[in-house]
Design a protein around this ligand. Sequence first.
Ligand code: SF4
Length: 183
Amino acid sequence: MPCPVSDACELHQALRSSVIKRVRYPHVLPQCEGTEGKQCALYAYLSTGRPVPQGLLPDGSTGDYADRSAGQSYRFMVIEDSQVFATLTASTLRTHFSGATVDVKSSFAAAEPDLRAIQYTAVICGYGLGGDHTVHDVRRVTRAPIVVLTGRPDEIALPSGSRKVMKASGPDALASAVREMTS
Ligand code: SF4
């Protein structure tokens, strides 16, 4: 059984996107695939919504696996209830932002602890985010730039620091909007 917090785990995502890092830390991904996570030092942080200390490894020691480009690392939050669309969005972000860590949640309620605890490069979400929640709730708990992916052609009131991108515009439109919002 794979670790239930792997989507939010920077170490897991860093190793999945880098052969070099997999070679450097060969025991980590097999552990991620065959555990419920409780034996791992990172799990205690991720499962309770607390930020993971930089470089923390599963055995409690410290390594250097953070991805950085020109001194910057990317970490995105995608809030999307369609698993297919969430996967496509996460894949676009990982392709266009080398080494990016992408956290995926299906609703605002599920994302809120991470939004409060983690400094995201940007949040990518729809307008309605489950229950009565909307993108305005995202702005209430984080100052990160927000890209609102929507299929609605009508005008919608968006919070400050956000930009609308039509879902039908495709992955390149999403990537360029994120790049403009975060540059
Ligand atoms: S087992 Fe540890 S390193 Fe692997 S995904 Fe879970 S928390 Fe991350």
